[in-house]
Design a protein around this ligand. Structure first.
Ligand code: ZN
Ligand code: FE
Length: 257
């Protein structure tokens, strides 16, 4: 498996997942058609499959146009069939998705939207997390609450630590600046922030991350950190010692950051 990150719109990523044996590819979150097809041409592969993580326009905005151009199967949450254009294959937690010789498992990870899913490739150790987990961040809670987001992130956090994490947006520098504010003495955060700034200055991506890196740097996986808890409590005293309130407080602080 080869993964090509395709920058689209302002700061979104579509991903081309290439099966190098059969020369076919799936596109994760087809927001724009032309950049994706251009990447496929450069790789010399045929796009057969779309894997939609959630219904937001910046993730499915190209489904209709792509399906009008080439024959594709479009996967997405079965319960979001009214919101994901051109859906052909509705899936749910635990379902298998196959294209070429590759196989993914569906993880149901609601909260950013009520129907958000991830695609996990256990053999290749890769997970496509859409707008639920970003490098050093998580999505806004548009259709869920802090407890639900904690549960969704815990599902991703349970994957092996060398699993690569491919997220839906390039938000890494801003996310790490927020993380650094909450945990100024966390060296992993400071180091990754310097690295991410250098990458962006050279016009390079900061994806993929890994589960291990997220455990070390992502505030939304680190609400057990005493330094983070103190930082959040200083700004929002009412969170006390409650894990869900501290998580919700962290999310609130990020909304305003
Ligand atoms: Zn979204
Ligand atoms: Fe998005």
């Amino acid at each position: 498996m080869r993964v090509v990150a395709v920058p689209v719109l302002q700061d979104n990523y579509s991903y081309l997942i290439v099966d190098e044996d059969e020369r076919v590819a799936a596109v994760v979150d087809c927001a724009e058609v032309e950049p994706v097809l251009q990447a496929a041409r450069a790789e010399g592969v045929t796009v057969t499959t779309v894997l939609s993580t959630h219904h937001h326009y910046d993730h499915v905005g190209g489904n209709e146009e792509l399906a009008g151009k080439i024959p594709v199967r479009v996967y997405g949450n079965a319960d979001d069939s009214a919101r994901i254009p051109k859906l052909t294959d509705g899936v749910r937690e635990g379902d298998a998705v196959r294209f070429g010789r590759l196989q993914a498992e569906v993880l149901f990870i609601p909260a950013h939207t009520s129907g958000h899913i991830a695609y996990h490739f256990p053999r290749e150790k890769a997970v496509f997390t859409g707008d639920t987990m970003f490098a050093a961040g998580c999505g806004r809670l548009f259709e869920g609450d802090p407890a639900q987001m904690m549960k969704s992130l815990a599902k991703i956090d349970a994957l092996p630590e060398d699993t690569r994490v491919y997220c839906g947006h390039e938000y890494t520098v801003k996310n790490l600046e927020f993380a650094h504010m909450l945990e100024p003495s966390n060296a992993a955060i400071a180091d990754k922030l310097a690295w991410a700034k250098a990458r962006r200055a050279q016009g390079q991506t900061t994806v993929p991350s890994t589960i291990g890196s997220e455990r070390a740097t992502n505030p939304f996986l680190r609400t057990g950190s005493p330094e983070l808890r103190d930082s959040v409590r200083r700004r929002i005293p009412s969170v006390g010692e409650d894990d869900v309130l501290i998580f919700g407080g962290t999310r609130k602080l990020k909304d305003d950051f």
